[in-house]
Write a protein that binds this ligand. Structure first.
Ligand code: HEM
Length: 289
């Protein structure tokens, strides 16, 4: 249902509350959502929850969307980038009503239980309008990956781990366990690596920077890199750039057999997880901010 003129007026008067307190509201949202749906913790980067970057990102986008409710198309470039991240985290259409429910609970709780039904109705209508755009974009992005078996995490095996520079910087070579093809990728894209440890999944995103002289060169970020510069997020950036000169055999794997991927990182981030587990799932080569 479209947002009515009356609801737009309500949104206009209540959006400053969200501007000032959005992060607090979305923190309440996540607190309740994760308490009732702990399975969703598996798709979120827990560090980003703890340090508040994710609640802030959601709050900021919601505020921007509400402010532009009459011409949401101006936000399409941002929505596309977020949708890439959603695909990379395997967010599904059925997750949206869940988050929507806790958004309203959070607004109501923030207002001390005084969330007038008209206010909540207006926010619900706006949320649904925004969600329709996300779901449509994400449907297309998932379809681009191929059939269902290609749309989620794909099991990889780490076949090689070597220290290639001081730091130490460790290079990992991974191969799809199912022998399937690697997706094409280009500079500026990232992969999502998911590791199961102590019964929980941990997700990290790693950037692929460029093809160097026909040889794969991969850079990994420590944490998230350049996430939404446009919205002036103050993320910490700690980058490792490693150019890997792989041998002919490796080229052969990437370009002809197309089923292995090689990336590098400081052992301090991944050795505890990948190194010990010695296997991993990877998915969704996506465009990053
Ligand atoms: C209108 C609804 C939504 C908006 C405006 C929104 C907005 C955002 C934004 C701005 C980001 C940050 C992008 C980045 O880190 O690069 C993000 C990431 C993410 N979102 Fe959403 N989102 C929405 C719905 C959902 C839903 C329903 C879920 C699943 C329950 C979800 C799960 C995630 C996950 C897992 C990430 C990755 C961030 C991380 O793990 O730190 N989002 N979203």
């Amino acid at each position: 249902m479209p947002v009515t003129e009356e609801q737009k007026q309500i949104l206009k008067t209540t959006s400053p509350i969200f501007k000032e307190n959005g992060k607090e509201i979305t923190s309440i949202l996540y607190k309740h959502m994760f308490a009732d749906h702990p399975e969703l913790l598996n798709i979120f980067n827990r560090t980003n929850q703890k340090n508040g970057t994710q609640p802030f990102a959601l709050a900021n986008t919601m505020y921007l969307a509400i402010e532009n409710i009459d011409h949401l198309d101006v936000l399409l470039p941002q929505f596309l980038l977020i949708s890439h991240k959603h695909r990379a985290s395997t967010v599904q259409a059925e997750h949206y009503p869940i988050l929507g429910k806790y958004l309203l609970i959070a607004i109501d709780e923030f207002l001390g239980g005084m969330g007038d039904p008209d206010i909540l109705g207006a926010w619900s209508a706006a949320y649904n309008m925004i969600v329709t755009i996300f779901i449509n974009i994400e449907k297309r992005l998932y379809n681009e990956l191929g059939d269902k078996s290609e749309q989620g995490f794909i099991p990889f095996t780490i076949t090689k781990k070597e220290i290639i520079a001081s730091g130490p910087i460790v290079a990992f070579t991974m191969e799809r366990r199912d022998g399937g093809k690697m997706r094409d990728y280009h500079s500026g894209q990232y992969i999502t690596i998911r590791i199961k440890k102590d019964g929980l999944y941990h997700i990290r995103y790693y950037s692929l920077i460029e093809l160097f002289n026909g040889i794969v060169a991969v850079s990994l970020c420590l944490g998230l890199l350049f996430i939404h510069l446009r919205r002036l997020y103050q993320f910490f950036i700690h980058i490792l750039h490693v150019f890997l000169h792989a041998g002919r055999q490796f080229l052969y794997r990437i370009w002809l057999r197309l089923r292995a991927i090689r990336f590098s990182t400081s052992s301090s981030i991944l050795s505890a997880e990948v190194g010990i587990a010695y296997d991993a799932d990877a998915q969704s080569i996506s465009t990053r901010f």
